[in-house]
Design a protein around this ligand. Structure first.
Ligand code: PSV
Ligand code: MN
Ligand code: MN
Length: 391
């Protein structure tokens, strides 16, 4: 393929790629040491959607917002979905939350007491009702279930309980609804996490059926884990349902995607593009799962979307023919060089051009800053309880 053809194909793919935003990125957040509050932060889920819509307005590629229940509980989810539509966005995945209720101290879907497990299953059924009311097609499940001490509970029995509970949830889905199961290697449990890795998640979703897939949160692995290998494996099985994109330096830091290791993000997107999984109908949802503790939230989400776009653009510019030829002839350094040439390309002008062609300002960050929206919400949203992570 000629370089100019590759550039045109990349531009067309970039126009079609979409990135889903987390509602919780717009609320106040922090660490267990301190939650810092920022002026103008949303007071309710309606305002979170308004802020998320700004990210879409200036990037043009972030048309969905994922909700977290009960953080985003409202009386009328139909009204929330209509509000989203008025703003030009849609409700995306619905995240369950079984990690902040006293009853779930010893687990939720894996809890030894069948009454507590039933409560956790019921919560997921409520999330499915929210999906029906908002038009969302995807249920996202992350379990904090685990053990702190050897002997605390049976590792095997807990897997059986999770399988049985997930089966009830999966069976409660409508035929056109899907489910994704997220894994995380530690935290809040320290000894055993019941769904710690992609293998465990994959085994559970494969037992459920075709509409269940794995979520890969980039911050949920031990240091040194080769994440693009996991991406390749899950794609081979047709079971990569979604990303929770973020960056980590140490643990589950939830920093902006592409901030800690842009090269890793590129390597991930290279696997995605190689498998054609960047296409809108691939079934892979490119979601962000981030918290902006000290930086302004809307610009941080804009930057994150741009980082994903730039990594995708670089992956789309890989000279596939040259790469394959070098790989097949055993040209180790040649193959590596082809990949690095794409990574080392400054794609910012290309992505700016795509934006201009979409009728957008080529510089979303500057355009948002000039809009006066941040000042407007800071003056309008004075007082009232501010919604945040866990609120
Ligand atoms: C857990 O660490 C997690 O990554 C899950 O996706 C939760 O839904 C989210 O964080 C909450 O921020
Ligand atoms: Mn996550
Ligand atoms: Mn996480």
């Amino acid at each position: 393929m000629a370089a100019s053809t590759r550039v045109e194909a990349a531009k067309s793919a970039l126009r079609q790629q979409t990135i889903e935003l987390p509602s919780w990125a717009f609320g106040n957040s922090g660490t267990r040491f301190k939650v810092f509050s920022q002026p103008g932060v949303p007071r309710d889920p309606f305002e979170k959607l308004s802020d998320a819509a700004q990210v879409h307005q200036y990037t043009g590629v972030a048309p969905r917002v994922s909700l977290h229940i009960p953080w985003d509980l409202v009386d009328d989810f139909g009204a929330l979905a209509r509000h989203a539509e008025d703003l030009g966005v849609q409700i995306g995945m619905i995240n369950s939350n079984v990690f902040q209720d006293e009853d779930f101290m010893l687990g939720s879907l894996a809890h030894p007491d069948p009454r507590i497990r039933a409560k956790a299953v019921d919560h997921h059924k409520q999330c499915i009702d929210v999906m029906r009311a908002t038009g969302s097609k995807d249920l996202k499940v992350w379990l904090s279930d685990g053990l702190n001490y050897p002997g605390q509970d049976s590792i095997r029995a807990r897997q059986d309980r999770i399988a049985e509970s997930l089966r009830q949830i999966y069976d409660a889905l409508d035929d056109d609804q899907h489910m994704v199961l997220e894994y995380k290697f530690f935290e809040p449990a320290f000894y055993v996490t019941d769904v710690p890795d992609w293998g465990t998640s994959l085994l559970h979703v494969m037992a459920l059926g075709d509409r269940a897939k794995v979520v890969l949160d980039t911050g949920h692995h031990a240091p040194g884990t080769n994440i693009e290998f996991i991406v390749a494996q899950l794609l081979r099985q047709g079971r990569l349902g979604a990303f929770d994109f973020n960056s980590r330096f140490y643990a589950d830091d939830d920093l902006m995607v592409g901030a800690a290791d842009p090269f890793q993000l590129f390597r991930i997107m290279h696997e995605i593009v190689s498998a054609g999984a960047h296409a809108p109908d691939s079934g892979v949802n490119f979601m962000l799962d981030q918290c902006h503790n000290i930086e302004p939230k809307i610009p941080a989400q804009i930057r994150s979307v741009m980082n994903v776009q730039e990594a995708t653009a670089k992956a789309l510019l890989v000279d596939v023919e040259a790469l394959t030829a070098a790989q097949l002839s055993g040209d180790v350094l040649g193959a590596h060089g082809v990949l690095m040439d794409a990574y080392d390309t400054d794609v910012r002008p290309l992505v700016a051009e795509v934006r201009a062609e979409m009728g957008l300002d080529p510089n979303p960050t500057a355009a948002f800053a000039a809009s006066g929206y941040a000042e407007k919400i800071a003056s309008e949203r004075v007082g009232g309880a501010q919604a945040g992570w866990g609120a």
